[in-house]
Design a protein around this ligand. Structure first.
Ligand code: 5GP
Ligand code: ZN
Length: 111
């Protein structure tokens, strides 16, 4: 079982910020900026091509609202939404996920 599946099953701890039937959102273990969150489908799939349509439609609905909530709660100025697809792009966990990375006027994050 992959590391995110273990988190979803409760076998590994995480700081959960949102959960519904299809997805969980957890704080990244190595936050690039304050509030860096990962949105992860509960059903294992490795990338967007591997994800089922229902999952992708659900993510499309929830991701903007979640991003807005995180940006507001963290008092950020804006954000990145990033999903690495494949090792060549920097994907290190082979379970689809979307990074929400809040940005601040004074941060020195390298994305
Ligand atoms: P990727 O490099 O695949 O786009 O992103 C994987 C992300 O998962 C990284 O930002 C990394 O810090 C995060 N990550 C890896 N292992 C864990 C973990 O056990 N818990 C949490 N919360 N994040 C993790
Ligand atoms: Zn998985």
């Amino acid at each position: 079982m992959c590391i995110f599946c273990k988190i979803i099953e409760g076998e590994l701890p995480s700081s959960k910020v949102y959960e519904d039937e299809h997805i969980v959102a957890i704080l990244d273990i190595a936050q690039v900026t304050y509030g860096h969150t990962l949105v992860i489908p509960k059903k294992h799939c490795s990338d967007i091509l591997d994800a089922d349509e229902e999952t992708m439609i659900h993510i499309a609905k929830v991701l903007p609202k979640l991003t807005n909530q995180i940006v507001c709660n963290c008092k950020a100025c804006g954000s990145h939404i990033i999903s690495n697809q494949g090792a060549i792009s920097g994907q290190t966990v082979d379970h689809l996920h979307f990074h929400i990375i809040p940005r601040y006027s004074e941060d020195d994050a390298i994305i």
